[in-house]
Write a protein that binds this ligand. Structure first.
Ligand SMILES: NC(=O)C1=CN([C@@H]2O[C@H](COP(=O)(O)OP(=O)(O)OC[C@H]3O[C@@H](n4cnc5c(N)ncnc54)[C@H](O)[C@@H]3O)[C@@H](O)[C@H]2O)C=CC1
Ligand SMILES: O=C(O)CCC(=O)C(=O)O
Length: 446
């Protein structure tokens, strides 16, 4: 007879057809949990898995807006409120043309366990739209965000569901959405969104948090092996929020980042990436990374973003998007004697890549632990909002660092306890699951 997680997985596939990313995320978690059910038959008796894979609520809505030519455009909006057993639904909004319910569902599912690992009282959710902000004017982005929030505001609130940014959603978009929420509700509910501007309820260090947090947890793993980032050569994909601030922290710790990318390709700068240039191109001009080589003649641009993993390095940090690092890329990292891969993005490594990296004994930290610093700092922003207070950068950063060190300890200890020492995928999935499952038992069948 097939075991409990496999039976639940089969049902997930048949009830959610054509959603391969969601299947991938669920499969990885359920496979890790097989060892848990031998010790805890009560989870099966209470249908914990059947409930955990089913979102509490899924919202899909029309987002009509008018472009600069006066033409009406229609996009799809999504919010998937996955699990609120630990606190209000919490997770970002992604604006990208690839968005459909399968992507939002995989991200929302990951968010449940990630948020549990942070130790903060936050449930899991995610949302977004197939709107493509690339090439849109500020006015178009504003009108889109206002229309998106006109519907979303019915479903969110500081104690209900608290969205934030993700791919394609940064400070500008959060500002437009907050303005529209406040206008409709006639209420300055600072805690309804995180990633806000510093002058109106945002937290210092939230912008930096995901990238910094990633580097803190990787540094902790290196420390466990009597090593550090100093003098390490590092490759970081993407050149958005997570990548930029991971690069900044690696550089502060004495490492050399030699390559970053966007969906058009990567730049390789053997002298070390000049972060000021990347910040200007991406954060101010909203341009393409290939512009970098115009200013730095020793750098090279290669119009193939996936080839970034062929570059010789010590540490690889995928910080762009799901499934960006496949089996071939993993083989190349192994051949180049990489020592650690830390996932800054959500599910950036394919299952085949994870298997290859783990079999080769490369230190591997999965996204739900490695990129948890962003949402953890969002929770710190919610705390400050609830207290009508704002903390210094140093205070928030110190809390973030401690949260990341604690996550590393929890996931490595849990992996050992369940007979899988060094397997941080299992450690993260099991530790996150136990916290959520036990709270679900306490709260009854709801
Ligand atoms: N922003 C946050 O606080 C958090 C983000 N994440 C995850 O980190 C990843 C990146 O998110 P952000 O930096 O916030 O988004 P962003 O929109 O600021 O940046 C995304 C970057 O990835 C690049 N990109 C997209 N597809 C690519 C590809 N195939 N190859 C190379 N580059 C590609 C884009 O050009 C852009 O530079 C996503 O997986 C997101 O879910 C995870 C935790 C928190
Ligand atoms: O800060 C947040 O709530 C969102 C973070 C996020 O979307 C993520 O962890 O993937």
């Amino acid at each position: 007879m097939i075991n409990y997680p496999s039976r639940v997985f089969e049902k997930v596939v048949s009830r959610n057809p054509n959603e391969p990313e969601f299947h991938q995320a669920v499969k990885e978690v359920l496979e890790s949990l097989e060892v848990v059910f031998d010790k805890h038959p009560e989870y099966e008796e209470l249908g914990i898995l059947e409930r955990i894979v089913e979102p509490e609520r899924q919202i899909m809505f029309r987002v009509p807006w008018v472009d600069d030519n006066g033409d009406v455009q229609v996009n799809r909006g999504f919010r998937i409120e996955f699990n609120s057993v630990l606190g209000p639904y919490k997770g970002g909004l992604r604006f990208h043309p690839s968005v459909y319910d399968g992507i939002i569902k995989f991200l929302g599912f990951e968010q449940i366990f990630k948020n549990a690992l942070t130790g903060r009282p936050i449930g899991g959710g995610k949302g977004g739209s197939d709107f493509n902000p690339k090439g849109k004017s500020d006015g178009e982005v504003m009108r889109f965000c206002q229309s998106f929030m006109t519907e979303l505001c019915r479903h969110i609130g500081p104690n209900t569901d608290v969205p934030a940014g993700d791919i394609g959603v940064g400070g500008r978009e959060i500002g437009y959405m907050f303005g529209q929420y406040k206008r409709i509700k006639n209420s300055f509910d600072a805690g309804v969104l995180t990633g806000k501007g510093l002058g109106w309820g945002g937290s210092l260090a939230r912008t930096e948090a995901t990238g910094y947090g990633l580097v803190y947890i990787v540094e902790e793993m290196l420390k466990d092996n009597a090593d550090s980032f100093a003098d390490k050569t590092v490759v970081i994909s993407g050149s958005g929020n997570v990548s930029i601030y991971a690069t900044e922290k690696v550089q502060q710790l004495g490492g050399k980042v030699v390559a970053v990318s966007d969906s058009g390709g990567y730049v390789y700068d053997p002298e070390g990436i000049k972060l000021d240039t990347v910040k200007r191109i991406k954060e101010v001009e909203r341009g393409r990374i290939k512009e970098y080589v115009k200013e730095h003649p020793f750098a090279e641009f290669v119009a193939d973003s996936s080839a970034i993993w062929m570059i010789d390095c010590d540490i690889a940090l995928p910080c762009a998007t799901q499934n960006e690092l496949d089996g071939e890329s993993a083989k190349s990292l192994v051949a180049n004697d990489v020592i650690v891969v830390g996932e800054g993005a959500n599910m950036p490594c394919t299952p085949e890549a994870v298997e290859i990296l783990q079999e080769s004994k490369i230190g591997f930290i999965p996204g739900k632990a490695a990129n948890a610093g962003g949402v953890a700092t969002s929770a710190l922003e919610m705390t400050q909002n609830a207290m009508w207070d704002s903390w210094s950068f140093e205070k928030v950063d110190a809390k973030l660092e401690k949260i990341m060190v604690d996550i590393y300890k929890i996931i490595s200890t849990t992996a050992k306890e369940y007979g899988k020492p060094g397997d941080l995928v299992a450690g993260a999935n099991i530790a996150g699951f136990l916290k959520v499952a036990n709270a679900m038992i306490n709260q009854g069948v709801v």
